[in-house]
Write a protein that binds this ligand. Structure first.
Ligand code: ARG
Length: 458
């Protein structure tokens, strides 16, 4: 049944009805739709626009519908045009004329904007909580491996010694920024659009502050055209979700590499790995690969939202119905990824011996060798050149800087002495980087504690 029937003589064809309908994806907002209607009816009663008794009857009718949907007594009719139509139709079926009074001074245009905001506000909080859990897990891992030496990379070439704790905390920083982006996004989303009506507001003496406070909104939208046609909050949320997926995807890529025999820095728990149907030896990091792959969906959802919105004149246009599948998919995908990702990280085994072995190859202490000379007064450029020559000697002899005899060092620069070997030990190289933000073990522990303190204040 369409709400707008009066003007029309013919029924909508089945195909048009299906094409036009959004109930298959907006039915998930039934709670928010009812919550919004309860607040609206209460306000109408308080302002004397409908009788208090009628308002009360509407409110209890809506509560009953909510109970019935929750308990499965009432099935949502998938032939309805959308969730708003369904709930109002059901209320009218139950209450008669009082059901028909609910939509006084309201349009589906402000109603749908309200429902999405109510729904997304909850999801911003849910995802924030999930990220906080992940960050906490990262802190615990970082503390445990604060002094586990591993090679740090640039260009995927071994570069300088760092600690595993240091590497892991880089991701904690990224996710902390994501959390603060979610906070910002929430603040801007927290504006109540009801009362914008179709586009031009209303002549009824409504009090928008009543609905806003009943629904827990911080502010009220200030322009009725903007109130119904704004979807910035969907775009912004999807953008934040996209950045989260960038971080999860980069992390996944590292996990995938670290699981390979070429690295073998970590081993995933059996519960988060899969085998091959043909190769009995295989243990595959499918979960991480899926997370990496799913990032594309969320970027696509963001692009969908931008494209839907970019060319439509004010105010509401039906194009905007396309917002929901995109933002819901982005939300669902990020939640699914986090549900799998956090325990995968929590349970993975860190193979510190292999990291240490990898750190021993690749001359990652070459900078420290040059710094050693510099600290003894050799200009850095000369020290750099001498060390480069030493690396070439090591490559030729198949050895490392740690094992190269002192006389070979002296052949290239006579400033070298026995003290060199202590200076280029990998543990020392990693640990001497005590600069704020560096891989030094105490630093890592302090940073992990700092991040945990931030989480505690949240
Ligand atoms: N199902 C619609 C949507 O999701 C609700 C708003 C309909 N408003 C309208 N004027 N047709 O956008």
């Amino acid at each position: 049944m369409q709400l707008w029937k009066g003007r029309f003589q013919k029924e909508l064809s089945k195909t048009t009805n299906d094409f036009n309908s959004s109930i298959s994806f907006d039915s998930r907002m039934y709670k928010e739709d009812i919550e919004g209607s309860i607040a609206h009816a209460t306000m109408l009663g308080k302002c004397g626009i409908i009788k208090e008794d009628d308002a009360q009857e509407i409110v209890s009718g809506l509560k009953q519908i909510l109970n019935d949907i929750d308990s499965g007594v009432l099935q949502i009719d998938m032939e309805a045009e959308d969730i708003h139509t369904f709930i109002e139709g059901e209320l009218t079926k139950r209450l008669g004329d009082n059901g028909k009074r609910l939509h006084t001074s309201r349009s589906r245009n402000d109603q749908v904007a309200l429902d999405i905001k109510l729904y997304l506000k909850k999801e911003v909080k849910n995802i924030k909580k999930m990220l906080e859990e992940l960050v906490y897990v990262l802190c615990v891992k970082a503390e445990k491996y604060s002094d586990a030496v591993m090679p740090g990379y640039t260009h995927l070439q071994r570069a300088q010694p760092i600690t595993f704790g240091h590497h892991i905390l880089a991701y904690a920083e990224m996710f902390l920024r994501d959390i603060s982006r979610l906070d910002d996004c929430y603040k801007r989303m927290d504006e109540m659009p009801l009362g914008s009506c179709a586009l031009a507001g209303t002549t009824y003496p409504i009090d928008r502050s009543i609905t806003a406070s009943l629904l827990g909104f911080e502010r009220i939208t200030n322009n009725s055209l903007d109130g119904v046609s704004d979807r910035d909050y969907c775009i912004e949320f999807a953008s934040v979700l996209s950045i989260i997926m960038v971080h999860l995807s980069r992390f996944s890529e590292e996990i995938i590499m670290w699981c390979s025999w070429e690295f073998k820095f970590v081993e995933l728990d059996d519960a988060f790995s899969t085998g091959s149907s043909i190769m009995p030896q295989k243990k595959n990091p499918d979960i991480a690969e899926l997370v990496r792959g799913k990032s594309g969906r969320v970027f696509g959802d963001t692009m969908t939202l931008l494209t839907v919105m970019k060319g439509i004149a004010l105010a509401y246009n039906k194009d905007m119905q396309e917002d929901k599948e995109a933002i819901f998919d982005a939300v669902d995908t990020v939640k699914m990824c986090l549900t799998a990702f956090t325990p995968m990280i929590d349970t993975m085994k860190v193979l510190t011996q292999n990291m240490r072995k990898a750190a021993a190859g690749g001359f990652i202490n070459a900078t420290d060798c040059a710094d050693y000379l510099t600290k003894k007064g050799v200009p850095f450029r000369d020290a750099y050149k001498a060390t480069g020559e030493l690396v070439a000697v090591c490559i030729e002899k198949g050895t490392t800087l740690e094992e190269l005899p002192l006389e070979e060092y002296k052949k290239i620069c006579d400033v070298f002495d026995e003290g060199l070997y202590a200076e280029i030990s990998l543990e020392k190289c990693a640990n001497e980087r005590k600069v704020l933000g560096g891989p030094n073990s105490d630093n890592v522990k302090a940073q992990a504690q700092r991040v945990k303190n931030i989480l505690e204040k949240k």
